[in-house]
Design a protein around this ligand. Structure first.
Ligand SMILES: Cc1ncc(COP(=O)(O)O)c(C=O)c1O
Length: 341
């Protein structure tokens, strides 16, 4: 099957499986796992931050970061299409005790003036703002990128009010490659960043939080509270190190695959696709046709050996990744032409 549902569907490579077998491990809760220590040092270096902390998932990385930055009863400012707002089971409210203040913004990018206006002066009635969170690449906006300048503009406003900024950078390397800048440049203006090994980088498990040594120390305590401290976690870190070495350099290929599929889709009747959103490995489009819903299209694609799921009655997301070849992309394009022409 050609699985376009998500880049989390990739299976570990032989190199990753071998790295798991051969990983040198120890008790990570005591800081004694050399493979985890190596991964944390490498992630911190890549993000230009002092320290890093391995976590089980992107959701846990975001939650650990929110809790390490804020106090319950504060407010978090974020985009109204943020993953944190839509897909993390309200962990920001249920566990971190934060009030979400969602803001609009074209292509997932918040306007610094809106962020400024949303940071209320706390008084008897209004809560203080504990954190601003942004998402790079922005999933629900179609994998769009925040430039370093856009990030810096929002950070400048937040920092002027003494408010820290966290980046949900689940796919930050896709943004870095699409923009042609080091990931550290995109992370530099922010106080912390989470990125995932198990998405476009294609490792089986794990995400990581990066920030100052003092912030990571607090994050480590929060991770323990959340049950995220692990023991011989080197077996998770080993394939993640392989991903950084061998998968990161090939992410541009996934972007090219997405562009080819988008170019085909764009020409087909009833497809509404803003081609400007196709910047990385995600394609989000709407199908506006009397004869077919998004679910119908996904069903028809399955008979060509293609897996896809609708997001709504009209909306579909495709994600390209390592396990989709350029030949598969040709198959997808001709299936789309057959069904939609
Ligand atoms: C932008 C973004 N942030 C966070 C997450 C959550 O990651 P996880 O599924 O590892 O919890 C995802 C998952 O797709 C994501 O796309």
């Amino acid at each position: 099957m050609i699985d376009l549902r998500s880049d989390v569907k990739t299976l570990p490579t032989d190199l990753m499986r071998r790295a798991i077998m051969e990983a040198e491990v120890g008790d990570d809760m005591a800081g004694e796992d050399p493979t985890v220590n190596a991964l944390e040092a490498e992630a911190a270096r890549l993000m230009g931050k002092e320290a890093a902390l391995l976590v089980t998932s992107g959701t846990q990385g975001n939650l650990v970061s929110m809790m390490a930055h804020t106090q319950p009863g504060q407010k978090i400012i974020l985009h109204n299409e943020a993953h944190l707002f839509h897909y993390e089971r309200a962990s920001l409210a249920r566990i971190a005790g934060l009030l979400a203040h969602p803001l609009p913004g074209r292509y997932g990018i918040m306007d610094p003036a809106d962020v400024d206006a949303a940071i209320w002066e706390p008084d008897l009635h209004r809560v203080s703002t504990g954190l601003v969170a942004l998402e790079n690449t922005h999933n629900r906006a179609g994998g769009t990128c925040w430039t370093a300048e856009q990030t810096a503009a929002v950070c400048e406003v937040a920092h002027a009010h003494g408010v820290p900024v966290h980046i949900d950078g689940a796919r930050i390397f896709n943004a870095a490659i699409a923009l042609g800048v080091p990931a550290a440049q995109l992370a530099a203006p922010a106080d912390s960043i989470t990125f995932c090994f198990s998405k476009s980088l294609g490792a089986p498990i794990g995400s990581i939080v990066c920030g100052s040594a003092e912030f990571i120390d607090r994050a480590r305590q929060v991770r323990k509270i959340l049950g995220g401290a692990m023991r011989q976690a080197g077996i998770i870190a080993a394939p993640a190190l392989v991903a950084l070495k061998h998968e990161l350099p090939r992410l541009a290929e996934d972007h090219e695959k997405a562009k080819r599929i988008a170019a085909t889709l764009h020409q087909l009747p009833g497809v509404q696709l803003d081609i400007n959103t196709v910047q990385t490995n995600i394609i989000i489009f709407n199908l506006k046709r009397d004869d077919m819903t998004a679910a119908d299209l996904c069903r028809r694609l399955s008979s060509y050996g293609i897996k896809a799921v609708p997001q709504t009655e009209t909306r579909i997301r495709f994600v390209t990744h390592r396990d989709i070849s350029f030949e598969d992309v040709d198959t997808v394009c001709s299936a789309l032409r057959d069904i939609l022409s």
